[in-house]
Write a protein that binds this ligand. Structure first.
Ligand SMILES: Cc1cc2nc3c(=O)[nH]c(=O)nc-3n(C[C@H](O)[C@H](O)[C@H](O)COP(=O)(O)O)c2cc1C
Length: 161
């Protein structure tokens, strides 16, 4: 059965909770591999049947470690993963739109197929102290992450994408 690869990066724990919630729900439908962006590479992308990308928005962009993942992988897998399904989740303080746009643009370059709308979870951290503090993502938001993970994995298992 096709494996769902979940690649995430986090600074203060929010994106990890989102990725892990998605993974928990996805495992009920099929195989899941969860990797941090610094560990994941082209071979992992090639082996998987679909993808879920998850990271914080930092300075109006996907976090640098996530960008490095895409930079390292972009050309090695270009033309070899076309048509595979993907979705994305962004953990943001108050915005997140630019991070979504960046990942969508990279995914378009790879000719991936977006099968779930992007999810932005805002933590409403505004002060430096709040931004640097470890995050606890509310259950209602984690439920949305579980829905995305389950939908991706179930679709992969049924071969509907
Ligand atoms: C250096 C830095 C830059 C940030 N820039 C943005 C930003 O441009 N837009 C935004 O909505 N949040 C921004 N944030 C807030 C984070 O996205 C927010 O705290 C998020 O919950 C972090 O996710 P994480 O816990 O997975 O690291 C920034 C945080 C840091 C540390």
């Amino acid at each position: 059965m096709s494996t769902l690869l979940i690649v995430y990066h986090t600074r203060t724990g929010g994106s990890r909770q989102m990725a892990e919630s998605a993974a928990d729900a996805a495992r009920e439908h099929g195989p899941v591999l969860v990797m941090t962006a610094d560990q994941a590479g082209p071979a992992d992308l090639l082996k998987a049947g679909g993808y879920l990308f998850c990271e914080p928005e930092n300075l109006a962009a996907i976090s640098g470690v996530m960008k490095d993942f895409f930079d390292r992988c972009y050309y090695p897998v270009l033309g070899r993963i076309e048509g595979r399904p993907y979705a994305q989740m962004v953990c943001a303080g108050s915005d997140g739109e630019n991070a979504v746009r960046q990942t969508a643009r990279i995914a378009t370059g790879w000719r991936l197929k977006e099968v779930q709308p992007p999810l932005i979870v805002c933590t409403h951290a505004q002060t430096p102290e709040a931004i640097l503090a470890e995050k606890t993502i509310p259950e209602a938001d984690l439920a949305k992450c579980r829905e995305i993970g389950a939908a991706l994995a179930a679709g992969l298992a049924m071969g509907v994408f």
